[in-house]
Design a protein around this ligand. Structure first.
Ligand SMILES: Cc1ncc(COP(=O)(O)O)c(C=O)c1O
Length: 366
């Protein structure tokens, strides 16, 4: 046995998660100091004022461990969502919860079904626990084909990840489509509804995952404070799950998985519904403005229910580099012929539009 054999061979297909470029890297590379980072679906504004104050207030007490059960936040989320606290899991980002759910349910040989392209963590979670990722292509409009997902389910399927709205396309499946899906999905398959962008949605036909949660059916609803609440750096997410799943996750999670700063920030962020509505409205207005620019420039896009848009391009690498030269960082996907661009402030949108115009003028097309 060589020293390298110490590593599980089934992990070899995995590659470390590659985050989008950081603004500081691009500043160094381009010499520009007006770099716009639109690559990680973050909110352009800082955390809510109540959250900032609460975070500052706990700093002198960071010599103490956090509340390992995130009790105050758990109770508040439970009463807000109309569930029992025993159904609530709080994690270091919803990312941790996606992994923990995978850890407690997946066995080698299981299959995990999800749409593709979608959140890169789903195939990672499947593979890291010895399961097989099964990718089901989106349709020609970058939307979920829930019938195709149903057809991909076999006796080996343990888990289905549904990302609604979907990252990176921003598209949704409708209530009607989901009702039909749920009526047909086997009851012993866990359906994880990843609603990281829930608060940005304005479409009436969107199915709120919580309306389907009854505590018995194998449904998990995952959400996060990283997006509309601007707490990506504090790492807090939550999942609403049947008790059987919650009990298992509590056995394997880190005892102090959510830090004190994140817990208080999330707790106080929940008090400002008006700010959530304001941000949703502002985000929606930016998108409408951007769509008219895309139409004018002949850029094909998927109408989005999130704080990012998915842009089709025949020359992703060139467009990506040209936008970088304009000081705008978007997300590229290697071989894929699309780029994902986040929505910033109204000022950011104005600059983004200028950058897109100049790139299209320079390259001749998008
Ligand atoms: C669809 C989706 N789910 C989950 C996450 C994880 O977010 P976090 O771990 O910050 O809560 C993200 C982050 O970008 C995401 O896009």
């Amino acid at each position: 046995m060589s020293r390298d054999d110490i590593i599980r061979p089934d992990l070899s297909p995995l590659v470390p998660y590659a985050p989008g470029l950081r603004a500081s890297q691009v500043r160094e590379r381009s010499g520009r100091d007006d770099v716009l980072k639109l690559s990680s679906n973050e909110h352009p504004a800082g955390p809510f004022p109540q959250a900032l104050a609460a975070m500052q207030a706990v700093l002198p007490r960071l010599n103490r461990y956090p509340d390992g059960a995130s009790r105050a936040l758990t109770t508040k989320l439970a009463s807000r969502l109309g569930v029992d606290p025993s159904n609530v899991l709080v994690g270091s980002g919803s990312n941790e919860l996606l992994r923990l759910i995978g850890q407690v349910v997946l066995r080698p040989g299981d299959e995990v079904v999800f749409a593709w392209p979608s959140f890169v963590v789903y195939p990672l979670v499947a593979t890291m626990f010895g399961a097989t990722p099964v990718r089901v292509p989106l349709d020609a409009d970058d939307r979920y084909d829930l019938n195709a997902i149903l057809s991909a389910i076999t006796d080996k399927t343990r888990l289905v990840f549904l990302c609604n709205p979907n990252n990176p396309t921003g598209t949704i499946y409708t209530r009607e489509e989901f009702d039909e899906f749920l009526a047909r999905v086997p009851e012993d398959v866990l359906v994880v509804l990843d609603e990281a962008y829930f608060e940005f949605v304005t479409a009436r036909e969107y199915p709120d995952g919580m309306a389907y949660f009854d505590g018995h059916r194998l449904i998990a609803v995952c959400r996060t404070f990283s997006k509309i609440y601007s707490l990506a750096g504090a790492r807090v997410g939550y999942a609403i799950v049947p008790v059987v799943l919650a009990e298992a996750v509590h056995k394997v999670r880190e005892p102090f998985n959510v830090n004190t700063v994140g817990q208080v920030a999330a707790y106080y962020s929940l008090d400002d519904e008006a700010e959530v509505r304001r941000r949703r409205k502002e985000n929606q207005e930016q998108k409408v403005y951007l769509y008219s620019c895309f139409d004018r420039l002949g850029i094909r896009y998927a109408p989005s229910e999130t704080n990012f848009v998915y842009l089709h391009t025949t020359r992703p690498a060139e467009v990506f580099e040209a936008l970088l030269e304009e000081g705008v960082i978007v997300r590229d996907f290697g071989a894929s012929s699309a780029l994902r661009m986040g929505i910033g402030t109204p000022e950011d949108t104005a600059r983004t539009i200028e950058a897109l115009e100049s790139v299209v003028a320079r390259l001749g097309s998008f």
